[in-house]
Design a protein around this ligand. Structure first.
Ligand code: NAD
Length: 266
């Protein structure tokens, strides 16, 4: 049976860890050739090695890029086009959550700026170069390939609800991702480019586990989670796969929640 991303080309940012790592593995398993982008090249290369053993029939590449830098993002998209001939899926997933005391009174300007540069501006660069590439995608009916593509931007549940543990810059950056995604989805819908936000709940990945760095902090957070557990990165990767594939062909402009019910909780 053909994979759900057979013959497609995907680019994943933040591919060296967490959601990006699991999504890269899954995309490759479903038949995509994948460009893995991370500021930590070694981490991305380790994922390439993992995929090479599990999915030997697809091509995977790792490249170092800082998503906050326009030239880096352009070069990563160019790599996908030059090596694989097209770009069908752009997963703008890289993000940071600074462990600083991030509230209105204490957040320092440089932490606000860094968070916005990576989490929000990085998504803009990813959307910009993906849209330019996807407009040029050649149609190949026999291979199930068409013009346009799917862009997935990782936001967060904190952009949908107020968190009592303040992460002001982070929350504001993710709110920007939601708003930008909605607008871009409308502007580019008639070009066959679907653009959706993915809204994860709290996950057992380095990003959150480094932030909740004691068992006491984790237990305090777990009390608020309807399922009584943190999510797994692979549970987000499964949702990203749906948004990446043609199975979601009538889905655009959404904030796709994978949060264990948290956003419905009282
Ligand atoms: P993670 O820390 O496990 O992985 C993030 C990856 O991004 C790392 O490999 C890191 O090297 C890379 N990265 C960081 N800055 C980069 C940059 N400037 N350029 C390129 N790569 C960079 O995190 P994760 O939990 O997998 O998070 C992925 C996304 O999900 C992030 O956008 C995060 O904000 C979002 N998110 C996470 C949670 C959670 O609970 N973990 C919840 C909601 C949203």
């Amino acid at each position: 049976m053909p994979g759900r991303l057979q013959n497609k080309v995907a680019l994943v940012t933040g591919a060296g860890s967490g959601i990006g790592l699991e999504s890269s593995i899954l995309f490759a398993q479903e038949g995509a050739n994948v460009v893995l982008v991370d500021i930590n090249l070694e981490a991305a290369q380790n994922v390439v090695a993992l995929i090479a053993t599990r999915s030997p029939n697809v091509k995977v590449l790792a490249t170092k890029a800082d998503v906050s830098k326009e030239a880096d993002v352009k070069a990563a998209v160019d790599l996908a086009i030059n090596e694989f001939g097209r770009l069908d899926v752009m997963f703008n997933n890289a993000g940071i959550m600074h462990p600083a005391d991030d509230n209105a009174l204490n957040t320092e300007e440089h932490i606000w700026d860094l968070t916005m540069q990576i989490n929000l501006k990085g998504v803009w660069w990813g959307c910009k170069y993906a849209i330019i590439a996807m407009r040029e995608n050649p149609t190949d009916e026999a291979k199930g390939l068409h013009r346009g593509g799917s862009i997935i931007n990782t936001a967060s549940f904190v952009a949908l609800m107020g968190a009592a543990t303040p992460q002001l810059a982070y929350t504001a950056s993710k709110g920007g991702v939601l708003a930008m995604t909605r607008e871009l989805a409308m502007v580019h819908a008639r070009e066959g480019i679907r653009i959706n936000s993915l809204c994860p709940g709290p996950l057992k990945t380095p990003l959150l586990m480094d932030f909740l760095d004691t068992e006491e902090k984790r237990q305090r957070r777990l009390v608020h989670l309807p399922m009584g557990r943190f999510g797994e990165a692979v549970e987000l990767a499964n949702a990203a796969l749906y948004l990446a594939s043609d199975e979601s062909s009538y889905v655009t402009g959404t904030d796709f929640k994978v949060d264990g019910g948290l956003s419905s909780a009282y």
